[in-house]
Write a protein that binds this ligand. Structure first.
Ligand code: FES
Ligand code: FES
Length: 937
């Protein structure tokens, strides 16, 4: 039943016939085409759908359409001050808030941005000159997983104050892009609400033929099953086009990250290994599928006792999950150097031991997995939110039994990934359904589906022992880590191989024995999540550093400074750090804050203790290092840069921007290499038909690896132009009107008529190509070799306040210093640091995924704007000679030291040595009781 409603939307009168109970978010998106209103949960938890209804911010997903009758609705599309609704908006068309968001770097992936902007619009409407508390209150209902919120708060204040950055800062001149705080090249669309994410994308032919596919998932962690006769289901629902089962997968019903480790079926074949595994899929028009309950699909289940504990999984006699994994161990990692036993027995050595345990952490990107596929002759096009288009292409080809060339992956804007969108999401089922039905097929995972089916951070159990000489000089580390990789391999091998290299932290340690195992269980799949196991390992090595400092009576800062790796040192894998090892510089940058914060905390504690105050303050420090790129594996990137006959420049970049700013960084680097203003460079991003393989957006590799490829592409193109024009290397290039003109000392010296050059392909008359593959070697059985070409270093200082009666922890401030080699775009580097700290804070204090219990953003807690303290960033630039303009990477490093710094601060405040994460109030209280020598209350 539909009813007519009239409302005003962004000042325009609208009349609609709608189901009165339909969500207003769906009406805005589907009926009015206002895709700027995003949907992250459909449950009132994430705020991505925030709009203003009669002047008040509301979650549009909670508003029945009928309630909007007669109302005045304002969406993100209503914030722009200009625009005809057809041509793409430009910076000058944006409203003040949108411009402030762009300037401040307040939009990363941008999926939360429309909701955040509307909450900010509401805040400023009620408080034209808001206090910090009013901004935090106003934005409190919208979650952001990328930015760490502080730049959003800054942007709201800037908009209210009318602060604007200089135009030159937004549009650096030729040669000045590297190091400039240039706004994101795709930023206008993200703040305007016009960027297309997975759920927004539609095929060119429109929706008329579009089908939807919906997976039927296992409620059991381990079970056998059979699917019964489907005839009755088809009879009951005539619009049901197909029900896919394992038998329908046209090619190999196995996918996975590694060539030799493909173990995950697109649809389970009679046996499921984790809760949420897809066993069948309904294909039909969306309205038809909405009428079919999962329980109508005839599936007979035979539940089995699941293996949910790593210890049980490796016991003799435990059921084996996969033929490839003896004892359910997917892989073992190892690094050995020096004689650990001798080092531990050295006279005067002091040793410390720790056992840590961490649990699953959910990526909680605000954009659930989404996209569509369509068959074009004997090819398939998959338009999808992803971090890894070329890996996706090869995986889809295997699943469909076709060649990689027959698959085109077109990445949409990616609403957050953090490693979770390196694995296939909707791809297998939309591709299969589109291939078989010859109609476009889309899928958008629900939030619970996304959380049940996508990979998580590996739970870890680590036991580590370290020894130091009397002056704190580290002598040895023994590290043993088990990682629960869950039902399928995913990135488990990567974690098990990366962790041993990083097990000792960023320190000189002459004797190391580090072993790891990735273990299969019937638990959720664990895969890639910002850091690949290094954040878990950092909890262990940083706790040991604090232990040793305490035992030796040393300052926690001093012991880290004394042992810091530096240029010229050999790492435990035997690699000589030739240059760029800026940990000491990071620590020096933090030294004033360390001294000041400790002094202030101590004064505060002394003052408040007299009044019987139960809250205590403390300060902690964490340090890290992180190898850039794949571990001891080739990971090349190739990027192209072309010039067309008119003189327009295009960068063809297969590196996907998942919010971290890769597109902007590539443009800045390539533009400077060519010698043109960065704002004149067009970008083609990620499309596997139009770009070359630049690898995946993970392992903090894009700035270093693809950045080098972008630099080489720009240099190659410039070299060709110089040769054609017969001018010297220092000539200044100007492009336009079909000409390439060169000047030297402001005098015209040569020119090329670009229109006279033969076309190389569709548009371009000249094409520069750059390929870069970091110099690494395979590691031997003792983990010796060159796992990475370069390493990022960093340290963070956190100040916390702990309520010793409630066990609650408030982080009061974080100072971060990161050696990034060269900050190609300081605003974006700071954004990565802020975002990493926010995720690190969640890891330390609140995030714990429980299968079947926290499969939504209400029960699974991530930090909100009120949880994130002021953050100070120190960008340390110890140039990496092999990096593009000296750059390394920062995406993952930013998260690694946060949790150790927070845990160290809790311990400093209360004595509680927390070794099981997250540090919930119960664990903090237990830690305090243990420190006081009392049983927990
Ligand atoms: S989509 Fe409405 S609150 Fe998440
Ligand atoms: S920018 Fe906020 S979720 Fe990505």
């Amino acid at each position: 039943m539909t009813v007519p409603i009239e409302l005003r939307v962004n000042g325009r009168a609208v009349r609609l016939d709608v189901d009165p109970m339909r969500r207003l978010s769906a009406v805005l998106r589907d009926d009015l085409g206002l895709h700027g209103t995003k949907v992250g949960c459909d449950a009132g938890d994430c705020g991505a759908c925030t709009i203003r209804l009669d002047g008040r911010q509301v979650c549009a997903c909670l508003v029945p359409a009928a309630q909007a009758g007669g109302a005045d609705v304002r969406t993100v599309e209503g914030l722009a001050v200009n625009g005809d609704g057809e041509s793409p908006l430009e910076f000058g068309d944006l409203g003040a808030l949108q411009r402030a968001f762009l300037d401040a770097g307040a939009a990363q992936c941008g999926i939360c941005t429309p909701g955040m902007l509307m909450a900010a619009d509401d805040t400023l409407a009620h408080h034209p000159a808001p206090s910090d508390a009013e901004v935090l209150d106003g934005l409190g209902g919208v979650l952001c997983r990328c930015t760490g919120y502080r730049k959003i708060v800054d942007a709201v204040h800037a908009a209210s104050n009318g602060d604007h950055r200089a135009a030159a800062d937004r549009a650096p001149a030729a040669g000045d892009a590297v190091g400039a705080r240039m706004p994101k090249v795709d930023g206008v669309a993200r703040v305007a609400g016009t960027a297309e994410y997975g759920a927004d994308a539609r095929p060119v032919e429109g929706d008329a033929q579009m089908l939807t596919v919906r997976a039927i998932r296992s409620p059991h962690a381990s079970a056998r099953f059979t699917i019964g006769d489907l005839a009755a289901l088809h009879e009951r629902h005539p619009g049901l086009v197909r029900v896919l089962t394992a038998a329908d997968i046209p090619g190999q019903n196995r996918y996975g990250i590694y060539e030799t480790g493909k173990d995950q079926p697109a649809l389970a074949d009679g046996f499921v290994r984790h809760r949420g595994e897809a066993v069948a899929a309904l294909v039909g028009e969306e309205a038809v599928l909405e009428r079919i309950a999962d329980s109508e699909v005839p599936i007979a289940w035979e539940p089995l006792e699941p293996l949910t504990d790593m210890r049980a999984a490796v016991q003799a006699g435990a059921p084996r999950l996969h033929d490839h994994a003896d004892d359910n161990v997917l892989i073992r990692g190892r690094l050995a150097t020096g004689d650990v036993e001798v080092a531990f027995g050295e006279e005067g050595a002091t040793s410390a031991e720790v056992e840590i345990e961490t649990t699953w952490v959910e990526h909680a990107y605000i954009e659930p997995e989404a996209g569509y596929a369509r068959r074009v002759g004997d090819r398939i096009e998959v338009v999808v939110s992803t971090q890894a288009p070329y890996m996706d292409r090869d995986e889809v080809a295997l699943l469909l039994g076709i060649l990689p060339d027959q698959v085109r992956i077109v990445p949409t804007a990616c609403g957050g990934g953090f490693g979770g969108k390196l694995d296939l999401g909707v791809h297998p089922l939309i591709a299969t359904a589109a291939w078989l039905t010859n109609r476009p097929v889309r899928a958008v995972w629900t939030r619970p589906e996304s959380m049940a089916a996508s990979p998580k951070r590996h739970p870890a159990r680590i036991r580590a022992t370290a020894a130091a000489a009397g002056d704190g000089t580290l002598r040895a580390l023994h590290f043993d880590g088990d990682f629960d990789t869950g039902a399928y391999g995913s990135w488990g091998k990567t974690v098990a191989n990366r962790v041993p290299v990083h097990a000792m932290g960023p320190y000189r340690v002459p004797a190391v024995l580090a072993t790891t195992r990735a273990i299969h269980t019937n638990n959720p799949i664990a895969g890639a999540f910002r850091g690949f196991g290094v954040p878990q390992a950092a909890i262990a090595h940083e706790t040991l550093m604090d232990d040793l400092a305490e035992q030796l009576g040393l300052d926690r800062f001093v012991i880290r400074h004394r042992n810091a790796l530096r240029a010229g040192d050999a790492t435990p894998s035997g690699q000589r750090l030739a240059a760029s090892a800026g940990l000491r510089a990071c620590l020096e940058a933090l030294r004033p804050e360390w001294d000041r914060e400790r002094g202030a905390a101590s004064d505060w504690n002394a003052l408040t203790a007299r009044s019987g105050e139960s809250r205590r303050r403390g300060v902690g420090i964490g340090a890290m290092w992180y190898g850039i790129g794949n571990t001891a594996l080739a990971n090349p990137s190739t990027i192209e840069m072309g010039i067309d006959a008119a003189g327009s420049v295009t960068l063809y970049c297969g590196a996907v921007d998942i919010g971290q700013g890769a597109s902007t960084v590539m443009v800045q680097i390539a533009a400077d290499a060519l010698g043109v203003p960065a704002t004149t460079v067009r970008l083609v991003s990620g499309d596997t038909d139009r770009t070359r393989d630049a690898g995946k957006s993970s392992a903090s590799r894009q700035t270093f690896v693809s950045g080098n490829a972008a630099r080489l592409a720009g240099e190659d193109l410039r070299r060709q132009l110089l040769a054609l024009a017969e001018v010297g290397a220092g000539a200044v290039l100007e492009l336009g009107d079909g000409q390439a003109r060169f000047t030297e000392d402001s005098r015209a010296v040569s020119g090329i008529d670009l229109g006279e050059l033969p076309r190389l392909r569709v548009d371009d008359v000249l094409l520069g190509t750059g390929t870069y593959d970091p110099h690494t070697t395979a590691l031997d059985a003792d983990g010796q070799g060159i796992p990475y070409e370069t390493y990022a270093f960093g340290a963070q200082v956190a100040t916390v306040e702990v309520d010793t009666e409630l066990g609650t922890v408030t982080v009061l401030g974080v100072s971060a210093a990161h050696d990034v080699g060269r900050a190609i775009n300081p605003t974006q580097v700071e954004g990565q640091i802020h975002g990493g700290i926010a995720q690190g804070l969640g890891f330390a204090l609140m995030e714990a995924y429980v299968p079947g219990r926290t499969e939504n953003l209400h029960d699974y807690l991530i930090p909100t704007v009120g949880d994130i303290p002021p953050i100070t960033c120190h960008l340390v630039e110890d140039p990496e000679p092999t990096g593009p303009y000296g750059a390394k990477g920062v995406g993952e490093p930013a998260l690694v030291p946060t949790a150790p710094a927070i845990l160290g601060a809790i311990r400093d405040a209360t004595g509680a040595r927390i070794t099981t994460l997250p540090a919930t109030p119960e664990r903090v209280l237990a830690g305090i009781a243990a420190a006081r020598g009392r049983p927990p209350a």
